[in-house]
Design a protein around this ligand. Structure first.
Ligand SMILES: C[S@@+](CC[C@H](N)C(=O)[O-])C[C@H]1O[C@@H](n2cnc3c(N)ncnc32)[C@H](O)[C@@H]1O
Length: 262
């Protein structure tokens, strides 16, 4: 079945959000927040862009560490959840920071990350949570140029992704199954070599109900990501293969790129 290029506009609601909430343990969010604090090079009170922010799990952690965070996401459900957590009336979701001081340092905007319009307002930005694969090449370039425009010169932009070619292709599996609490998930994937993308069908089963969603993720090599960043106005500072700053190599499960707006 063909996957529409704007699949992400309708993918992130209901069961897929449950999957994401269950997939990331709080310790991982804390470790990612520590990594961001160590590498964003921002002072307390600096303005940081979390894009896409999901339910704000990292926005809250960084706000608790003194940064002022703007989270942007296209999912109405996630933005509502983040705002509910901010107002301390929401469900006990993954973000743990609810003190009143830090909640005044976050804001959440329901927005498509392809159309960011800010100009030189942020002291740092990050794209975490394996979200750097949703856009095909031309759209990705637009997104990166928009981030570069939104940052002040010298501000850092940090990407985390598990979808770089060197991470995904060595162990590519056409089918995998996962159990997350009461949720059973089967993912069927097809690698389209001529396009360098993966078309996936996510099949969820819970309480006897089955639901299926389609996604397309674009696979870029590390060198392509570097070139796209450099063309958009960034200099590459560091590449890592883990939150502990191990070197990135073929088969590393995650890639972290720390870059700086010129
Ligand atoms: C896997 S989640 C990661 C969320 C967050 N970065 C985190 O680490 O928790 C991917 C997020 O990307 C958002 N997203 C996908 N396409 C988007 C777009 N074009 N603009 C803004 N958000 C988008 C989804 O709504 C979803 O919240």
């Amino acid at each position: 079945m063909p996957v529409p290029s704007n699949w992400f506009e309708s993918f992130f609601h209901g069961v897929t959000l449950d999957l994401w909430r269950k997939a990331i343990p709080p310790e991982q969010t804390t470790a990612e927040a520590e990594f961001l604090i160590d590498h964003l090079n921002c002072d307390a009170g600096a303005r940081v862009l979390d894009v896409p922010c999901g339910n704000g799990r990292l926005s809250f952690e960084l706000a608790q560490r003194g940064l002022r965070v703007t989270g942007v996401d296209i999912s109405e459900e996630f933005i509502e959840e983040a705002r509910a957590i901010q107002n301390q009336s929401g469900p006990p979701a993954t973000p743990t920071s609810r003190d009143s001081d830090s909640s005044t340092r976050v804001e959440f905007l329901l927005r498509d990350m392809r159309y960011l319009e800010d100009q030189a307002v942020y002291d740092g930005a990050y794209c975490f949570g394996n979200s750097f694969a949703f856009l095909e090449h031309a759209e990705m370039e637009k997104f990166l140029r928009a981030i570069a425009r939104a940052l002040k010169p010298g501000a850092r932009f940090i990407i985390e992704t598990g979808m770089a070619a060197e991470s995904v292709l060595p162990d590519f599996e056409e089918q995998s199954s996962h159990e997350l609490g009461d949720l059973a998930l089967t993912i069927k994937e097809r690698y389209l070599a001529e396009e360098s993308c993966i078309d996936s069908e996510y099949i969820f089963e819970r309480d006897g109900q089955t639901e299926s969603r389609l996604a397309r993720e674009w696979i870029y090599t590390v060198a392509e990501i570097r070139r796209m960043l450099e063309n958009a106005g960034f200099s590459i500072l560091d590449l890592y293969g883990s939150l502990k700053c191990k070197p990135y190599k073929l088969g590393s499960q995650e890639l972290f790129i720390v870059s700086e707006a010129r």
